[in-house]
Design a protein around this ligand. Sequence first.
Ligand code: CIR
Length: 262
Amino acid sequence: MRSYSFTHAITRKPSASIVAGLRAVDTGAPDLGLMQRHHADYVAALRSTGATVVELDALEAFPDSVFVEDTALCLPEGAVVMRPGAPSRLGEAAEMAPHLRALYSDVERIAGAESFIEGGDILTTETEILVGRSARTNAAGIEELTRLVTPWGHRVREVFTPPGVLHFKTDCSLLDGETILSTARLAASGCFAGYRVILVAEGEEACANTIRFNDLVIMPAGFPKTRERLDQAGYQVAEIGNSECAKLDGGMSCLSLRFSPS
Ligand code: CIR
């Protein structure tokens, strides 16, 4: 199975408490109605590729719970429930676990009291799993993940999320088996040696968080220079409004768990 072919996705509707979501810089409260419209467009784009999308109900108790990606790593062989490094998000992982158990026979979890890891720091490619150490993901979390997925035949490589950047995938995305979309600042770290790298245009760093989902590259709307680069490279691109999630440092990958349970 290609690392960008998926039969399933899980999303969660945004809740009214989204206005209390975490953010590095306050640029104003997100508009729930607009976020709901963008979210519906996003789910429709996932479904348009033929995948089954499980849409979970909003969770008022967890303002950031629309960003489901951070709660789990889903691989063909099984799923691993994360241990988010943001204290307000720790409980979101337990909320996701039963939904994964409904689809997978093997669901593991990061359990160590000192282990922290969020899905946004994990990029799964055809050959390896890159995990960026960040303010949310620590060495103990990466070690525990490595112990869990090695028996499934996966190789984990620890990398570094640039300082001041929320997650590793805030700055990069997988476009196909060998191609990564990246900001120049992350690519400069050398972590993508051996891959073909397409850089996002200067000034358009906020669109590096894009996803390849089956035939589509789903990117945030409003980044024309990068869009042109992707068009020229031959990808089929869909743009989705992301103005409200962007106020909370969220993008296209954060809004879904994407997987094909075997
Ligand atoms: C947070 O700070 O945790 C949320 N406001 C944004 C999470 C974005 N998730 C992701 O990049 N995977």
